[in-house]
Design a binder for this molecule. Structure first.
Ligand SMILES: Cc1cc2nc3c(=O)[nH]c(=O)nc-3n(C[C@H](O)[C@H](O)[C@H](O)COP(=O)(O)OP(=O)(O)OC[C@H]3O[C@@H](n4cnc5c(N)ncnc54)[C@H](O)[C@@H]3O)c2cc1C
Length: 318
């Protein structure tokens, strides 16, 4: 067994950013382990793009939209054919759902939410945040294959310039799933998802009321970013749960995270401390958010946020 197999997800006809990230780190791990990079997808349309990121082969099962049991069975088949040492899943809802199920089927180990991956001494070594991001644990997955899911934005996507991956069709699993996808409800807001955004502007209870989220949206849109939120605002019904950052929301790692009117409770920090640059705006100089911020602005968000939005718009106009 050698090489790496990546679960490749497609959205709007293109590989999701999380999958491009996994192919990029997968290519390096494949080189280190002396094997090839391969991918698994449910649509052969992914072959050209997967090839650009270094996949030599793509196992394709035409099994439609994501459904846990079908995908777990098809993935198991792909693993049996590809015989990889490592199997990687992006930190998406589907990736995090699928990885432990495939691991259980194979009686293999899985390291979740990793932000570093390396091949060392014939084993997959992974670094993952623990205790709500207060510490890191380095773990070694001793099974072959070793499975891992990754933290979004932890591994930069890098093309390798390769040609289209060779398509290997695999038959749809002959199973009777206990569950089936009935419908998919996409939020109508059309807002960018925080899951893979490069820039996130988040609002907290300091906004005082739902209508004031418009200040956060204006800044996020001016920067070309997504809107995040603390749980206090979600619980208050000011904004939908899909925007919640933190332990019971999404874990995000954008290049820029702006927190306005958010105190920085440990459960919020658990979802955003791996952001590359953190800016906090809070009127309380003792707010815990300042302990993790690279840039802190002590002041009234109702003055600072609109002023910042204007400056961003001016800068972008030039
Ligand atoms: C099991 C569990 C899971 C949880 N999961 C999450 C989670 O996933 N995500 C999450 O966010 N929380 C989570 N929480 C809740 C968390 O403990 C906090 O209650 C929550 O994060 C607080 O939200 P906040 O910072 O918006 O509100 P607050 O803590 O009330 O902070 C508001 C901040 O706004 C500032 N402020 C007020 N007015 C202004 C102004 N005009 N200008 C500037 N600043 C101003 C204040 O100084 C204050 O720091 C969880 C809690 C539990 C128990």
């Amino acid at each position: 067994m050698a090489g790496v197999l990546v679960f490749a997800e497609i959205k709007d006809g293109k590989l999701r950013k999380a999958s491009r990230e996994m192919l990029s780190i997968g290519r390096k791990l494949a080189q280190a382990s002396g094997g090839e990079l391969a991918a698994f997808a449910s649509d052969r349309g992914a072959a050209a793009e997967a090839g650009k990121y270094g996949a030599k082969r793509i196992y394709v099962a035409a099994i439609g939209p994501y459904a846990t049991e079908m995908y777990a069975a098809a993935m198991q088949d792909a693993i049996a054919k590809a015989q990889p040492s490592i199997v990687l899943f992006g930190g998406t809802s589907n990736g995090r759902d699928l990885a432990p199920r495939v691991a259980a089927k194979l009686n293999a180990g899985v390291a979740s939410d990793c932000d570093r991956l390396e091949w060392a001494g014939g084993k997959l070594r992974a670094r993952r945040p623990v205790y709500s991001g207060k510490a890191f644990a380095t773990v070694e997955v001793t099974s072959i294959p070793a499975l891992a899911t990754a933290r979004p934005n932890a591994f930069p996507p890098e093309e390798s310039g390769g040609g289209a991956a060779e398509v290997v069709e695999i038959a749809a699993p002959q199973i009777s799933p206990k569950g089936r996808l009935v419908e998919t409800n996409v939020p109508e807001s059309g807002e960018m998802s925080i899951a893979e955004a490069d820039i996130i502007v988040s609002g907290g209870r300091g906004l005082k009321e739902a209508a004031n989220f418009s200040l956060i949206r204006d800044l996020a849109h001016a920067l070309g970013g997504a809107v995040g939120a603390s749980r206090a605002t979600v619980d208050a019904g000011w904004i939908d749960h899909q925007h919640q950052v933190g332990q019971t929301g999404r874990v995000v790692s954008p290049n820029l995270y702006i927190a306005a009117g958010i105190s920085g409770a440990i459960q919020h920090l658990a979802g955003m401390t791996s952001s590359k640059h953190i800016v906090a705006i809070n009127k309380d100089p003792e707010a815990p958010i300042f302990r993790v911020a690279d840039f802190g602005v002590v002041g009234d968000l109702f003055q600072i946020v609109p002023a910042l939005t204007e400056e961003v718009k001016k800068a972008k106009a030039h």
